[in-house]
Write a protein that binds this ligand. Structure first.
Ligand SMILES: Nc1ncnc2c1ncn2[C@@H]1O[C@H](COP(=O)(O)OP(=O)(O)OP(=O)(O)O)[C@@H](O)[C@H]1O
Ligand SMILES: [Mg+2]
Length: 469
C-alpha cells in the first residue's frame, strides 16, 4: 500500500494525541478516586470526633438517652451518608444509625481493634469490617474516654461504592469534555494536514505533466507558507524549462534553415554541371560557388561546435603575457584584401608602442577577428574603420568602430543572441549566421572581461577590456 504524507502525519499525530489523552485519563481517574476518598476521610474524621464527644458527654453525665441517640445517629447517618455504630468498652455494639442494621446490636467487634482503640488511638481502615458490612467501606473509629477511662468507641463507616460512584460520575463528565476536545483536535489536524498534503499532490501532478512535455503548466498555491514558496520555485523552474525548450526548437529550426540553403545551391549547381544545363565554359565559375558554399557549411559547423564547447565549459583558457599591438596588426593584415576591396579608411591609435596584456591569445584573436569581420562586412564602400586602445582602471580597453551603418536600439540588445542577424545580414551579406557575436560574448565572459556596444546614426562601436600584464 502506498504511504501518503497525509496518512503518515495523521496517524502519528493521532497516536500522540490518543496516548497523551489516555495517560491523562488514567491519571485523572486515579486522582479523582484519591480526591474523593480523601475528602470523605476528612469528613468522617471530623464528624466522628464530634459524635464521640457528644456520646462521651452523655456517658459522663449518665443520661445517655437511647431513643435520642438513635434519632441523632439517624439524622447524622442521612447527612453524612455513613453508618454510625456505638460500641461499649467490652466491644459490644449497642447503638446503630441505620434501622436496617439493628440485627448487629449485641455483636462484638474484633478483639484487636478494640485493643488498639482502648489504648487511645483512633483507627482507620478500608474493607467490609470483618464481614459485618455488606459493601466495601471506609471506616473511622474513635475511642470514648470519660475521666481518662476507656468507655467504648464510635465507628463511622462510609460506603466506598458511593464515593467511587461520585468519582466515576466526575470522571465520565471529564471524559466527555476530553472526547470533544480530541474530536476538535482531530478536525483541526485533518484540515491542517490536508493543507500540506493537497498542494504537494498538486505539485507532483504538475511535475508529471511537465515531464510529459507540457511546459506551460503552472501552479496556483495560496497557503502563505513554505509550500507556497515551493510552488513559486516550481513555476520558476517551469518557466525556465519552457524557455529552454523554446530555445531548443528555435535552434533546430535555425540550424536546419541555415544548412539547407548552401546545401540546396551546392546540389543545384552540381546537378546542372552533371546534366549539362550549365555549359562547360561556366563550370569553373559554378564550382567556385560550390566551393564557397561548402566553406560556409564548414564555418557554421565549426562555429556551432565552438559555441557549444564553450557553453559546456569544454574550452580551456590558457592565459599568458603577450603584446597586444602585434596581435591587432596581424589581424589587420589578415583582413587586408577585403579592406582594400572596400576602400576602407583604417586608423589605428594605440596606447603604447608595447602594450603587454595577460590573457588567452587564441581566444583574444577570435574576439578581434569576429569584430573586425563584422566591421568590414557591414561597412559601406569607402567607409571608415578605426581601432583604438587605451588604459583605464588598470585595464586595456580596445575599441573597434566602423562608420556608415547603425544598429537601432531595439536590435542592440539582441545582437548577442545566437542566430540573430540584422536586416543588413540578410541581403547582400547573407554569408553570416549570426553566431559571431554570440561566440564573442561567450569568450568575454570566459576571460572575465567586459564588452559593450554602442551605435549612433552613422556608426557602430564595440569596446572590450583586456587585463594588463
Ligand atoms: N559592425 C557592425 N555594424 C553593423 N551591424 C553589425 C555590426 N556588428 C554586428 N552587427 C549586427 O549584429 C548582427 C549579429 O552579428 P554576428 O556577428 O553575431 O552575426 P553575423 O555577422 O551576421 O554572422 P556571423 O558572424 O555568424 O558570420 C549582425 O547580423 C548585424 O546585424
Ligand atoms: Mg559576425
Amino acid at each position: 500500500m502506498k504511504k501518503s504524507i497525509f496518512k503518515r502525519l495523521f496517524i502519528t499525530y493521532g497516536i500522540t494525541l490518543a496516548v497523551g489523552f489516555g495517560i491523562l485519563a488514567l491519571m485523572l481517574l486515579k486522582l479523582f478516586d484519591q480526591y474523593f476518598i480523601e475528602n470523605k476521610k476528612a469528613l468522617l474524621l471530623e464528624h466522628g470526633r464530634k459524635i464521640t464527644k457528644e456520646v462521651a458527654v452523655g456517658v459522663y453525665l449518665g443520661n445517655l438517652d437511647q431513643a435520642r441517640l438513635k434519632s441523632d445517629l439517624h439524622i447524622l447517618d442521612q447527612f453524612l451518608d455513613a453508618r454510625i455504630w456505638i460500641v461499649n468498652q467490652e466491644g459490644v455494639i449497642f447503638g446503630v444509625s441505620d434501622p436496617e442494621e439493628e440485627q448487629l446490636l449485641g455483636e462484638r467487634i474484633a478483639e484487636a481493634k478494640l485493643l488498639s482503640l482502648a489504648k487511645g488511638s483512633s483507627i482507620m481502615e478500608r474493607g467490609n469490617f470483618d464481614g459485618k458490612l455488606q459493601e466495601p467501606s471506609l471506616t473511622v473509629g474513635y475511642p470514648i474516654y470519660v475521666n481518662e477511662r476507656f468507655k467504648g468507641c464510635v465507628l463511622v463507616h462510609a460506603s466506598l461504592q458511593e464515593v467511587q460512584r461520585t468519582s466515576r460520575e466526575m470522571f465520565r463528565l471529564t471524559m466527555w469534555v476530553m472526547f470533544f476536545s480530541v474530536l476538535i483536535a482531530f478536525i483541526v489536524l485533518y484540515i491542517q494536514i490536508r493543507r500540506i498534503s493537497r498542494p504537494l499532490k498538486e505539485i507532483s501532478e504538475a511535475a508529471k505533466t511537465i515531464a510529459g512535455g507540457e511546459f506551460q503548466k503552472r501552479l496556483q498555491i495560496n497557503t502563505q507558507d513554505e509550500i507556497e514558496e515551493l510552488g513559486r520555485s516550481f513555476n520558476h523552474m517551469a518557466e525556465s524549462l519552457e524557455k529552454i525548450e523554446e530555445n531548443r526548437r528555435n535552434l533546430v529550426a535555425n540550424i536546419s534553415h541555415d544548412l539547407r540553403s548552401p546545401m540546396t545551391s551546392i546540389r543545384g549547381f552540381i546537378e546542372g554541371i552533371l546534366d549539362g544545363t550549365i555549359p562547360a565554359e561556366k563550370h569553373g565559375h559554378y564550382l567556385g560557388v560550390v566551393l564557397e558554399e561548402s566553406k560556409r557549411l564548414i564555418k557554421i559547423t565549426n562555429d556551432l561546435l565552438e559555441l557549444s564547447n564553450m557553453q559546456q565549459g569544454k574550452t580551456e583558457v590558457r592565459k599568458s603575457t603577450f603584446e597586444l599591438n602585434e596581435v591587432i596588426r596581424r589581424k589587420l593584415i589578415a583582413f587586408e584584401q577585403r579592406i582594400t576591396e572596400k576602400h576602407l579608411d583604417v586608423s589605428l591609435v594605440i596606447h603604447e608602442e608595447k602594450t603587454l596584456v595577460f590573457s588567452d591569445q587564441v581566444l583574444l584573436e577570435r574576439i578581434i577577428s569576429n569584430l573586425l569581420d563584422n566591421a568590414v562586412k557591414f561597412s559601406p564602400q569607402d567607409g571608415k574603420l578605426s581601432i583604438r586602445t587605451w588604459e583605464e582602471e588598470g585595464r586595456i580597453f580596445l575599441e573597434m568602430m566602423n562608420t556608415g551603418t547603425s544598429i537601432d536600439s531595439g536590435e542592440l540588445r539582441r545582437i548577442w543572441e545566437r542566430f540573430h542577424k540584422g536586416d543588413a545580414s540578410r541581403g547582400e551579406y547573407r554569408t553570416g549566421f549570426g553566431l559571431g557575436l554570440a561566440i564573442v560574448k561567450e569568450i568575454v565572459s570566459k576571460l572575465e572581461e567586459r564588452i559593450r556596444v554602442e551605435s549612433g546614426k552613422d556608426f557602430v562601436k564595440f569596446v572590450f577590456t583586456v587585463k594588463k600584464a
